[in-house]
Design a protein around this ligand. Structure first.
Ligand SMILES: [Zn+2]
Length: 243
């Protein structure tokens, strides 16, 4: 296979950040750009920061990053007795029609911000089924008309082939740069790509987070290897692999 990525690169890493945090638009996106990297920011379309800071989020997209679909209200399948999510946003109580409508509305809201017609989707809490336990209905197919790739679950380096519609990621929350880099290192001499998932960057940004200095180390490692590894958006990689 010819090198699928720009500048004859045969490896890619998609850095992805979930939940539309202020630090994503204010600090992470500029830190990526300063190193020649682009990332995908999964933005729940009902979250306040998107609406309060829409110009800033539009600027993130205009700088070449991706605004990914992450539903409107971030519904998840609640565990019995758990305080979160609010019962109104428990996927066990969602009908297929309701989640399909929410997924499409989320895409439409983001389209008003960035003008793009297709984008990646990150499954909230990794969940892709609605309805009561024992009667779950998978809603992955509802995403296909407007979605390039669904990020759900865990995976390491993925092969350079026609990308799967649903792919897992390498998690950064609570981990050191060295641990994450150890999972990415095969890309230094193998063809492939990987999705990397982070919520907060720095203590206090999210209950799940990577320490700021560890995150900086990861970005510096990416920058040091950018002749080999393309640091790109999820949809950028999918579009290249789809050819
Ligand atoms: Zn999330």
């Amino acid at each position: 296979m010819d090198a699928p990525f720009p500048d004859r690169r045969r490896a890619a890493v998609c850095l992805t950040y979930d939940d539309a945090l202020a630090c994503h638009r204010a600090e992470v996106a500029p830190a990526l750009a300063a190193r020649g990297l682009h990332g995908t920011f999964f933005v729940p379309a009902a979250y306040g920061d998107l609406h309060d800071q829409v110009a800033a989020w539009r600027a993130v997209a205009a700088a070449g990053h991706e605004l990914g679909n992450h539903t409107c209200f971030h519904p998840c399948r609640a565990r019995d007795g758990a305080a979160w999510p609010d019962p109104a946003y428990d996927l066990r109580r969602y009908s297929r029609r309701r989640i399909a409508d929410e997924l499409r509305l989320a895409d439409r809201v983001l389209r008003l911000v960035d003008g793009r017609e297709r984008r990646a989707f990150a499954a909230t809490c990794g969940h892709l089924a609605c309805g009561a336990d024992g009667a779950e209905e998978d809603f992955t197919d509802d995403l296909r008309p407007f979605t390039t790739l669904v990020r759900s679950g865990r995976a390491g380096v993925l092969p350079l082939a026609s990308p799967p519609f649903v792919a897992g990621s390498i998690g950064c929350d609570g981990r050191s740069a060295a641990e994450v880099i150890a999972e990415l290192e095969p890309l230094l001499d193998q063809d492939g790509f990987a999705l990397v998932l982070t919520h907060g960057v720095g203590r206090g940004t999210h209950s799940l987070f990577m320490e700021s200095d560890e995150h900086t180390r990861l970005l510096d490692w990416m920058a040091a290897h950018r002749e080999r590894i393309w640091g790109a958006t999820v949809s950028g990689v999918v579009e290249r692999l789809a050819g």
